[in-house]
Ligand binder design. Structure first.
Ligand code: TYM
Length: 336
């Protein structure tokens, strides 16, 4: 068995505001993991254009996501932070993976079905092969671990299938079989308006999500308006069954306060929602407030952000080039 260097790769799309879901499902975990793993964090602009993006808006969102990562505590001196399009190897390896992955595999991807909706004929081809590009992102660095929210699990299973098929087709152990890291008490943060739908930057309802750019009053207002039900808060986890909105708010509370869902149930069990929501609003503001402020400050420092992305891209390119060269060799591309 080939021994691979323990390395993390993960990414966020610059397609709208960063949400509490991105923060709790992904970025917050990265901040902890960066201490133990060599880490590469990517603003995945090639993924973003699988649906239409206004160029000026995309440029800004790319900087904003990078600023959000840094403001949350990702250290650009210790980790690589870059935007995907500055490293050509992503698109190149994705092409090779397009030839490895099977149509049947992609046809099963639930995210494509959700995003394409009823109008599949009009979805971009990029949206369909998106998971191959995601596999390429990870494999371009032979990353071994990928910290993501639960919604990305199926894509990571596909990444494992692609790596396995490549390895077996070419009789090699070149690509590691990646391990997903789906961590914390808020692996899937749900909409504040509908506990059965994921909190998402593309939800038309602003009140469904907390953005990392929201100010204190907006955060407090959104939590006050968050949907609950007419029963009291349960004192045990079992009582959350069939109450998705309540489960969601308790999980958010647990994740933000570094406690378990069971502990939060124990503290608030038997009470109605008003005091809990008040505490949740205060907790959210105390955790997110400093990040929002720092993010705003960094967004005004465009030169600094662009420099971080440039340096990160150079480092990423240096790591990716020998991998791509070996892939060319394995596949049989003549290199002169
Ligand atoms: P994206 O941009 O949709 O989300 C970025 C990260 O945030 C997590 N996330 C959530 N976690 C919990 N609850 C939520 N409501 C929530 N919303 C988002 C996502 O799971 C993700 O970890 N395909 C990816 C980006 C990507 C990528 C990669 C990730 C491209 N290449 C390679 C890992 C490795 C995406 O669209 O994430």
């Amino acid at each position: 068995m080939t021994e691979f260097k323990q390395r993390i790769f993960s990414g966020v799309q610059p397609s709208g505001n960063l949400t509490l879901g991105n923060y709790l499902g992904a970025i917050r975990n990265w901040v902890t993991l960066q201490k133990t793993y060599e880490s590469i964090f990517c603003v995945v602009d090639l993924h973003a254009i699988t649906v239409w993006q206004d160029p000026a808006v995309l440029r800004n969102a790319t900087r904003e996501v990078a600023a959000g990562m840094i403001a949350s505590g990702i250290d650009p001196k210790e980790c690589i932070i870059f935007n995907q399009s500055q490293v050509p190897g992503h698109a190149e390896l994705a092409w090779i993976f397009n030839c490895v992955a099977r149509m049947g595999w992609l046809n099963r991807m639930t995210q494509f079905k959700e995003k394409a909706g009823k109008n599949r004929e009009r979805a971009s081809v990029g949206l369909y092969v998106y998971p191959d590009l995601m596999a390429a992102d990870i494999m371009l660095y032979q990353a071994t671990h990928v910290p993501v929210g639960e919604d990305q699990k199926q894509h990571l299973e596909l990444t494992r299938d692609i790596a396995q098929k490549f390895n077996s087709d070419y009789g090699t152990e070149f690509f590691p079989i990646v391990e997903p890291l789906i961590l914390g008490e808020a692996k899937r943060v749900m909409s504040l308006r509908d506990g059965t739908a994921k909190m998402s930057k593309s939800d038309p309802s602003e009140n469904s999500r907390i953005n990392l750019t929201d100010d204190r009053d907006t955060i407090a207002k959104k939590i006050r308006k968050a949907r609950t039900d007419s029963e009291a808060i349960p004192s045990e986890i079992a009582g959350l069954e069939g109450r998705p909105e309540v489960k969601n708010l308790i999980s958010i509370f647990a994740a933000l306060s570094d406690r378990t869902v069971a502990e939060v149930c124990q503290q608030y069990g038997g009470q109605d929602f008003a005091p809990f929501k008040k505490d949740l609003a205060e907790l959210s503001v105390s955790v997110l407030g400093p990040i929002t402020e720092e993010m705003k400050r960094l967004c005004d420092e465009k030169t600094y952000i662009d420099q971080v992305l440039k340096e990160g891209s150079e480092k990423a390119r240096i790591l990716s080039e020998p991998v791509l060269k070996q892939v060319h060799n394995i596949v049989g591309f003549l290199q002169s």
